[in-house]
Every structure is written in structure tokens, then in C-alpha cells.
Design a protein around this ligand. Structure first.
Ligand code: AMP
Length: 195
């Protein structure tokens, strides 16, 4: 069985969202800690990022935040996480978020989360990123994006095999299985990146 040591979590900074999103984030954090999986995330202290970090810290899990200097200067970082990496800019942050982890999971979020998720999918299509990408489609939050991606395939902006790049789950409890069962992907994806 493949071992999952570290997972990167993309999620919202907003604190004004419905409680169901916080509950799901807490369940994700619980599952990660209970399975001895370390976490990399954006380093924030509010919204779902804050909930993720608070829960992992409370349960003595391992979490690394990765935040650009300009956010650190205005003290957006979570103060109690195990490690904080301060990057030069957003580009370096996104690069480091994808490095040294065995999978990405995207929880609900705003434009920051959507951008991170779509960049990961874009790099996977090119064979630059090859790890599982899991989308937590809680209560259909991601339905419009999933429809858009399907439409890209139907209208031949992407190949049908590109639909293997992401796995959609409805509940946090499906995360580990989804990571372990994600379709294999490697650098040779560059050979079929073009349609
Ligand atoms: P969003 O999904 O739009 O909330 O974006 C999440 C991303 O927003 C994070 O990865 C950060 O780049 C950025 N971000 C926005 N507000 C904050 C904040 N208060 N603390 C930390 N990161 C934030």
C-alpha cells in the first residue's frame, strides 16, 4: 500500500461562510492527524485555513504554513503552527505548497483557492505536477467548476484522459481512499497534453 506522508490543503480565508464548511474542515484535519499525515497549507489564521491549523495544532499534528512576505508583514500568519515558511512572493508560495507532499486537496474557497487548484490541474496536464488532486465538493460547492472542466473535455479543449487528473469527493471521509486510488500520472503526460 502506498504511504501518504504529507498532504497539501488549499482552502478559504473567509471567516463569513456557513458553519458546514468549518465542520468539514475540522473533519479533514481530524482524518489527517489520525492517519499521521503532515499538512502544508497557506499559513493563514482565519477562515478555513484557521480552522484547519487550529484543529491540527490542538490535536498535536504536524502542519507547515507557507506564506509570502507581504502577508507576513501584516501578521496574517497563524501564530501556533509548527513551521512557517516565508516566501518572496505568491509564485514561490504556490510552488512550495506543491512540493514535498503526496497529494493536494482543495476544500471550498474563493478566487485564491480556485487559482491554486486550477494551476495544479494545469501543471498536471503538462506532466510537471503528477500527484493526486482531490476536490472536496461539499454540498455541490464545486459543481459549476466541475461542469466547466467537463465542458472543456466535451468541446475538445482537453482530452477525455485529462478527466483523470482530479478526483471529486462529496465527504471528508472519502479523502484517503481517493488519494490512494487516484489514477496514475507521470511526466509522460506532456506527450498527450496537446489535443
Ligand atoms: P481564498 O480562497 O480566495 O480565500 O484564498 C485563499 C488564499 O487567499 C490563501 O492561500 C492566500 O493566498 C490568500 N489570503 C487571503 N486572505 C488571507 C488571510 N487573511 N490570511 C492568509 N491568506 C489569505
Amino acid at each position: 500500500m502506498k504511504e501518504i506522508k504529507t498532504v497539501t490543503v488549499y482552502c478559504a480565508s473567509s471567516a463569513k461562510i456557513a458553519s458546514k464548511y468549518f465542520e468539514a474542515t475540522e473533519r479533514i484535519a481530524d482524518i489527517l492527524v489520525n492517519n499521521d499525515i503532515a499538512v502544508r497549507y497557506g499559513g493563514g489564521s482565519v477562515g478555513l485555513m484557521g480552522k484547519l491549523a487550529d484543529t491540527i495544532v490542538e490535536k498535536n499534528g504536524v502542519i507547515t504554513g507557507i506564506m509570502p512576505e507581504f502577508m507576513h508583514e501584516v501578521e496574517w500568519q497563524h501564530k501556533r503552527i509548527n513551521h512557517l515558511i516565508v516566501t518572496k512572493d505568491m509564485h514561490e508560495r504556490k510552488k512550495l505548497l506543491m512540493e514535498d507532499s503526496d497529494a493536494l486537496i482543495s476544500l471550498p474557497g474563493g478566487c485564491g483557492t480556485l487559482e491554486e487548484l486550477l494551476e495544479a490541474i494545469t501543471l498536471k496536464r503538462l506532466g510537471v505536477y503528477t500527484k493526486p488532486i482531490i476536490i472536496l465538493n461539499l454540498d455541490g460547492f464545486y459543481d459549476p467548476l466541475i461542469e466547466m472542466l467537463k465542458r472543456c473535455i466535451e468541446e475538445k479543449f482537453m482530452r477525455s484522459v485529462h478527466g483523470d487528473m482530479w478526483t471529486v469527493i462529496a465527504h471528508p471521509e472519502e479523502m484517503i481512499e481517493a488519494i490512494l486510488n487516484a489514477p496514475h500520472w507521470n511526466k509522460s503526460a506532456i506527450n498527450f497534453a496537446a489535443v
